[in-house]
Write a protein that binds this ligand. Structure first.
Ligand SMILES: NC(=O)c1ccc[n+]([C@@H]2O[C@H](COP(=O)([O-])OP(=O)(O)OC[C@H]3O[C@@H](n4cnc5c(N)ncnc54)[C@H](OP(=O)(O)O)[C@@H]3O)[C@@H](O)[C@H]2O)c1
Length: 346
């Protein structure tokens, strides 16, 4: 029997996450991509604006209109900047669409949002009803949600790395768990910024938003047993990818096998999460272009610190890939529908 397709839209399709959504959705077997909206004021061919989509000649880029979007789509992905996205997501949700918002606007309680994003809060009721879409840890809530707050890219990597430890009953040493995180520059979006020009970015490396990164409270909310956390965010001179190494100090020595069996249990059967065997650490090139997250573990017995490494593609598992994964869960489809592509290598 032929499977029915669902009408889906993308708002913010000219941004990096929006483009990745178009790329994934245009070949998703259960999706009819019926609405693609940008920031402009007139209708243009999508391929004219974004030549990588020349093989999708029937798609137009339209100005955003909530009535048109709601009429044409059952599911809408909102890939707009924080501060703009929330109101659009809530308007579409109020019109009856299933909405997956990639921004930070609906992930945090209002007071925390104002404190970390320095923006006016979005509707409190909508924020309360939005389900946090870290799929592996919130699958049940996502399966019935009409408003999904897709997690941040750093947050996804950090939470996937550390969440299994909440089920371990071993005392931590005093002091913060450190999440040392590095991202490729597409994490900052497509808007032109002087610091991201080739001459300034290439052969360079530095920390940014020190002590102030807006993903901190979102990570702490999911890892309450490990907070407060110290999140250190750094910019890698590459296009895509997030590399996290989290440092967790233990009171006493622990057999590393304990951690391996804990993580193997936590991620058993998960299609997108691979826990690497002892002695292996993950690499970005093993996940780029795919929705995979690879996790590696090392217990340093001299310092009694557990290192947890995780890598993912910020535009895939860190954004569009996880958003599609959430749609698959919400629609009751196989979770990897349209997401089975392997990483690009080299
Ligand atoms: N990049 C990542 O790795 C990543 C990962 C996870 C989550 N996210 C989140 O996903 C969202 C999109 O991020 P991105 O990196 O894809 O951003 P981006 O590349 O800067 O794209 C932003 C999109 O929003 C449109 N836009 C910008 N300002 C607008 C406004 N005032 N009104 C309407 N449309 C507007 C842009 O249109 P124009 O092209 O016409 O400017 C573009 O389509 C953000 O909330 C971000 O936090 C991003």
């Amino acid at each position: 029997m032929k499977e029915t397709k669902v009408a889906v839209g993308v708002v913010g399709a000219t941004g990096y996450s929006g483009m990745e959504l178009v790329r994934l959705l245009s070949s998703h077997p259960r999706v009819n991509l019926t609405y693609v909206a940008g920031h402009g004021e007139s209708v243009v061919s999508l391929a004219e604006k974004l030549p990588q989509f020349v093989s999708l000649p029937s798609l137009n880029l339209e100005p955003f209109d909530v009535e048109v979007a709601a009429k044409r789509c059952e599911v809408v992905f909102v890939a707009l900047p924080s501060g703009t996205a929330g109101a659009v997501a809530v308007a579409l949700w109020n019109k009856g669409c299933v909405v997956i918002d990639l921004s930070g606007d609906l992930r945090l309680p209002q007071d925390q949002y104002v404190q970390w994003y320095h923006l006016p809060a979005v509707a409190a009721e909508a924020q309360k009803q939005a389900v946090y879409g870290l799929t592996e840890w919130h699958r049940r809530e996502v399966s019935s949600a009409n408003l999904i707050a897709n997690p941040g890219c750093y947050a996804t990597a950090a939470i996937l790395a550390l969440r299994p430890l909440l089920d371990l009953d071993l005392p931590l040493r005093r002091g913060a768990v450190v999440v040392d995180a590095k991202s490729g520059v597409s994490g900052a979006g497509r808007k032109p910024v002087q610091a991201f020009q080739l001459a300034e970015l290439s052969d360079n490396f530095y920390a940014y938003k020190v002590g102030q990164h807006q993903h901190t409270p979102e990570i702490e909310a999911e890892l309450s047993g490990l907070s407060p956390l110290l999140l250190n965010t750094q910019l890698l001179p590459i296009a895509r990818g997030i590399f996290v190494c989290a440092y967790v100090p233990f009171e006493q020595g622990v057999d590393e096998a304990v951690f391996h069996s804990l993580y193997a249990r936590a991620y058993e059967g998960e299609k997108f999460i691979t826990v690497l065997p002892p002695g292996q650490v993950p690499q970005l090139k093993h996940v780029l272009g795919s929705n995979a997250c690879h996790v590696g573990l090392n217990f340093d017995s001299r310092s009694r610190v557990l290192q947890v490494f995780s890598v993912l593609d910020n535009l895939q598992k860190g954004a569009a890939g996880q958003a599609v994964q959430n749609m698959n869960v919400r629609m009751g489809w196989l979770e990897d529908t349209g997401l089975s592509v392997l990483s690009m290598f080299p």
